[in-house]
Ligand binder design. Structure first.
Ligand code: SF4
Length: 315
């Protein structure tokens, strides 16, 4: 198999043609795409876009968003007419003299459309006519593209790939033509047009999103000082039953969560926490250790030093 790729030209939009020569008959007239071809063309494009977005997000450490393309029938008609035009006659028998040119650059610019072209041929069989073959060929240029410097390796072409993953491009439409030349070689041509056009000079195909880091400390301060939080604290205090207000561990427990205060106190007052016995036991148990740690902190020592005081350590 020999493969060829024409160098892309850069205007406001950079457009490219991909050529693949395959050794392998069946005359086929000009044709339009089936629903299956449309689905495959879209899936092939979007698979590349998702793959690159995911990989680049990981590599660059920030989200890279490359949205899926949707099908545009106007673009498809435009592409189909051009594919038919490209194979309206036999290409040159000499592979080195075959050309599959783009639409007029000025016309594409005026329409705001990008364009990728792929041509494959076979001298002894049927070339792969699937849209995936075209997209795969264009995608293979990724190896030559350097995002960090936004450049393409010397004597290579990257424009098919960069149009493929251009993040502000949202729509695609493709056309395919096939032909068996009089000298026996079979050809397939794919033309895909994109909107809005990618490959804008000086721009990268996608950007790294900067994600604002939340000021967590300020968020906590705002929460504590919020009117809603103040009301919650006041209500929690003012609804304590007498039984809690007289409790020796009330300063630690505070009656716990109001949503759990649905049993009666021993003297019949509503509003006692149904977990009261457990809280009373727990806080009574930890109270000596808490006081000891508070004393350590007041003396400028770490609270963890309590582990060095066997008498105050929790068991
Ligand atoms: S331990 Fe029981 S009585 Fe004491 S404050 Fe907590 S819920 Fe109220």
């Amino acid at each position: 198999m020999r493969t060829y790729l024409l160098a892309a030209a850069l205007l406001a939009a950079l457009l490219s043609s991909g050529f693949s020569s395959v050794t392998s008959a069946a005359a086929s007239p000009l044709q339009n795409l089936s629903d299956a071809d449309i689905g495959e063309a879209l899936a092939a494009h979007n698979a590349v876009r998702q793959r690159v977005a995911q990989a680049e997000s990981q590599r660059l450490g920030s989200p890279v968003v490359i949205p899926d393309l949707t099908w545009n029938s106007d673009l498809a008609t435009y592409a189909q007419e051009w594919a038919d035009q490209l194979l309206s006659s036999d290409p040159d028998p000499d592979p080195d003299r075959r050309t599959f040119p783009h639409h007029d650059w000025g016309e594409l610019q005026a329409l705001g459309r990008g364009e990728n072209i792929y041509a494959g041929w076979s001298d002894g069989g049927v070339p792969d006519q699937s849209p995936t073959a075209a997209v795969t060929w264009w995608d293979s240029e990724q190896q030559y593209y350097d995002y960090d410097t936004n450049t393409c390796a010397a004597d290579q072409t990257c424009g098919h790939f960069t149009q493929l993953v251009w993040s502000t491009t949202t729509q695609v439409g493709c056309g395919q033509a096939v032909r068996t030349a009089a000298y026996g070689t079979q050809f397939v041509v794919w033309v895909c047009n994109y909107a809005p056009a990618g490959n804008i000079i000086g721009e990268r195909p996608y950007d790294v999103m900067t994600v604002a880091q939340p000021d967590v400390e300020q968020q906590v301060v705002d929460l504590v000082n919020s009117e809603r939080q103040r009301k919650f604290g006041i209500d929690k205090r003012d609804t304590l039953p007498r039984y809690c207000r007289a409790c020796e561990v009330q300063h630690l427990c505070h009656g716990e969560c109001p949503k759990h205060r649905f049993i009666l106190t021993p003297d019949g007052e509503p509003g006692l926490n149904y977990l009261c016995p457990a809280y009373r036991r727990f806080f009574t148990h930890v109270d000596p250790a808490m006081r000891a740690m508070a004393e350590l902190l007041r003396n400028g020592r770490p609270a963890a030093d309590i582990r060095r005081r066997p008498g105050a350590a929790m068991s």
